[in-house]
Design a protein around this ligand. Sequence first.
Ligand SMILES: Nc1ncnc2c1ncn2[C@@H]1O[C@H](COP(=O)(O)OP(=O)(O)OP(=O)(O)O)[C@@H](O)[C@H]1O
Length: 324
Amino acid sequence: MNRELLLEGVGRRYGLGGAPWVLRGVDLALAPGTLTRIEGANGTGKSTLLRLLAGIDAPTEGRITGRPRTAYVPERFPAALPFTAAGYLIHLGSVHGLSRGEAARAAVEWLERLGAAEYARTPMSELSKGSSQKVAVAQALLAEPELLVLDEAWTGLDTAARTELERAVLERRAAGGTVVFVDHDPRRLAGAPDVTYAVVDGNVRTVTVSSVPREEAYVVVEVQGAPGAEPPVEATRLAVSVEEPRPGRPGPGLGSLRLTVPETHSDTLLRTLLTAHPPWHVVSVGEGPPATRVPPRAPAATAVDAVAVAVAGAGADVDAEVRS
Ligand SMILES: Nc1ncnc2c1ncn2[C@@H]1O[C@H](COP(=O)(O)OP(=O)(O)OP(=O)(O)O)[C@@H](O)[C@H]1O
């Protein structure tokens, strides 16, 4: 994705003629490599706005251009789909343009990351609310979308999965993706958004814009691991550099390490290290020098248009194949 998603004079109302406008005259630009928070009171139109951004709903007036490969986690996930969890994810992976093998690997990876691997073969209709939400999140992440739209996606997730989703959001942004989210918990990704908007009176107002150029703010975390321990894969993925402060030690992964991470990733990195098994001891956390920007990951292999969970109507014949 190399251009902005642009909303120009966008309005949406439900119903004909005299129906009230939920949104009207919305102008908004979302740039690649940014994280945007949308806030606002209940019923102000946040979900309406996210559905328009995700492309699963169309504006009544105005236009939206520049939408890249998009994935969306809706506020309400249609859980009773005729699939197993893995079957659904493999099907959605195919919709996103992955081969069946790629989709199966991505499904396993995301179910594991979210702590739902044991439910891979469970019919969606039998999943608990939280496990079903993990599948909703996994379907959006598995094809590394360029635009990720999250409507209260953390609701119902356990602590570990909530942390994992925060991490995934930061990874998407670091990879050059655009992420937009709504969450009623003000602590969600606190300090991380590049911009926060509030939906008020049918329009969008800027609440905060990050004043520090993100790529210039880095944190250096020095950690001590158990003898022989490798740093968690997630920690090395979040870091822009991993160094051994004292060369000549017995081998890689032993002793202390110095990780440099974008400031916005530091909380996630610390959580990753402290919740590792066995945990890593954080020796020091300090301000880092300006460093090079996190290189974007290679784009996903194939293109897909807008998403969707909307594929809710997907066929039972696929499910039959997957379950067999
Ligand atoms: N499909 C629909 N048909 C008719 N009205 C709708 C529809 N979807 C939303 N609305 C109405 O649009 C308004 C905004 O709803 P929306 O769900 O976008 O708000 P929200 O800010 O996301 O609310 P919440 O914080 O409670 O999730 C509400 O008055 C709602 O009743």
